[in-house]
Design a protein around this ligand. Structure first.
Ligand SMILES: *[C@@H]1O[C@H](CO)[C@@H](O)[C@H](O)[C@H]1NC(C)=O
Ligand SMILES: *[C@@H]1O[C@H](CO)[C@@H](O)[C@H](O)[C@H]1NC(C)=O
Length: 182
């Protein structure tokens, strides 16, 4: 009886200590998790935000800036890869290639557009124009969808860029979800 009640007391103190320390360490880590819970892709969101060390001390606006910045970086990588792919296709002769080259070119235009929209969204964020951020990120998201659709239409299946397009789409979706928190 006595043992049982002291066990209960011990358990209660442990819970108390955990909840106290839980409160006292409610820092960037907690904000990252709480923010990412509001997105459709929790794991992608957490690794996206944590890839920038400033995320640990960032407020919500800072987290959105990091998310947008990482999405821009991803878009720039896409442009680099698309350029290389297109150069490759241009140098290989073949019946089917011209249409593929045209699709890749469309994707290049769409991703350049997307990156420009995202750059402007960072500026809009600086001015706390969240509606505008929302519109610009939505436009960037649509661009990556258009790239994928164009490629799928030709090949009749997921394009080889599906993973990259999908990842970019998810990053935009995460930024949109964070924008809606303001
Ligand atoms: C976003 O990128 C710009 C330009 O590189 C930089 O000045 C800014 O500090 C970055 N912001 C965040 C939160 O990463
Ligand atoms: C670009 O290509 C590199 C090398 O193949 C790859 O590691 C990277 O994931 C690609 N990036 C995108 C956004 O597709």
């Amino acid at each position: 009886m006595r043992t049982a009640s002291s066990k209960v007391r011990l358990l209660l103190s442990v819970i108390l200590i955990f909840s106290i320390t839980g409160w006292s360490v409610s820092d960037g880590q907690d904000l990252i998790a709480a923010t990412c819970k509001q997105t459709l892709y929790f794991d992608v969101c957490v690794s996206l935000l944590k890839s920038d060390p400033r995320s640990h001390t960032a407020d919500l606006q800072g987290l959105l800036a990091i998310s947008l910045n990482q999405t821009i970086a991803q878009g720039q990588q896409m442009i680099g890869n698309l350029t290389a792919l297109k150069d490759h296709v241009d140098h290989v002769s073949g019946e089917d290639d011209s249409y593929v080259a045209a699709c890749l070119n469309d994707c290049l235009v769409e991703y350049s557009d997307a990156v420009e929209n995202l750059r402007q969204s960072l500026e809009a964020l600086g001015k706390e124009e969240y509606e505008h951020v929302n519109d610009l990120v939505s436009a960037a998201m649509t661009d990556s969808g258009t790239c994928e659709d164009g490629l799928e239409e030709e090949t009749g299946h997921f394009s080889p860029l599906w993973d990259s397009n999908d990842y970019f789409w998810k990053l935009c979706s995460i930024s949109l979800a964070i924008t809606k928190l303001f």
